[in-house]
Design a binder for this molecule. Sequence first.
Ligand SMILES: C[S@@+](CC[C@H](N)C(=O)[O-])C[C@H]1O[C@@H](n2cnc3c(N)ncnc32)[C@H](O)[C@@H]1O
Length: 241
Amino acid sequence: MPSTQTVSWKTYAEKYDMLLAYNPYYQQLQQEVMQEVKKWKIQPGDQIADIGAGTGNYSLTIAEHFPAATVFHIDNDEGMNAVAAGKKNLAPLPNHRILSSGIEEVNLEVGALRALVSIHALYTFPNPQAALEKMYAWLEPGGQAVLVDAGRIVNVWNWQLALGSHLIRRYGLRKALEIFREGKEVSRQNAYIRNLQKDGTFWTHSHKEFCEAVEKAGFEIQASRTTFRGISDLVVVRKER
Ligand SMILES: C[S@@+](CC[C@H](N)C(=O)[O-])C[C@H]1O[C@@H](n2cnc3c(N)ncnc32)[C@H](O)[C@@H]1O
C-alpha cells in the first residue's frame, strides 16, 4: 500500500541546502563524488548530465569545473530547480542548462553524453532499472559516470545523534538547537522518505543488489563502495568502448 504522506521536494527545496551548509556527511559525499568527477577527461563541446539534480549542488560545481562542456541539470521539481537557478544567477554559468522534466520524459540522443552523475535520486524514481538503462544509452562508448544511491532505510535517531553531537562540538548548544529548529522541514521530509522506503514506494537495496542493477543496465563497474554512513552505495562506472 503506498504511503499517503508523500515527499514534497518543493517544500524540501526551501531548506535543502542546509544539508550542504551543516551536514558533514553530505559535505563529505559531495567531495567524494567531485574527486571522481575531476578525473574525467572532458573535451570542449562535450555534454554531461546530472540526473535528479535537485538544488544543483553537483551540477553547478561540475559546470564550474568544466566550463567548455555543457551540463544538463535534469530534475522534475520546480522548487528544486528554482533554487538551482537562483544560485546560478549569483555566479552566471552559461554552460549550465536546467531541464525541468523527469528522466522518463527526457529524450536525449543515444550516445549524447560524455559523462553523467546521479546522486541520491535513483531510489525516488518510479522505475530505477529503466532509468539506469536510459542513462547507459545516453552515454557515448567509453563514457563515464558516478552513481550514488541511498539503499538502506535511515535510522533517524542514530542520524540525529551523530548530527547533533557534531553541531554542538562545532557551533555550541545554542546555535545547534537553532539549526535543528530551522531544519525541521528537512527532518519532516526525511521521515516521509523513510515511510516511502518502508512501504516499498521507494527502492531499497543492498550494496550487492545496487551493483547488480547497475551491471544489468550494461555498465562496467570500475570501483564500488558504501558511503554516507553506510546507507548509500557509490559506483564509478564506464560504458565499454
Ligand atoms: C534527494 S534529492 C537529491 C538531489 C541532488 N542529487 C543532491 O544529491 O543534492 C532527489 C531529487 O530527485 C528528483 N527527482 C525525483 N523524481 C525524479 C524523476 N523522475 N526524474 C528526475 N528527477 C527526479 C527530486 O525532485 C529531487 O530533487
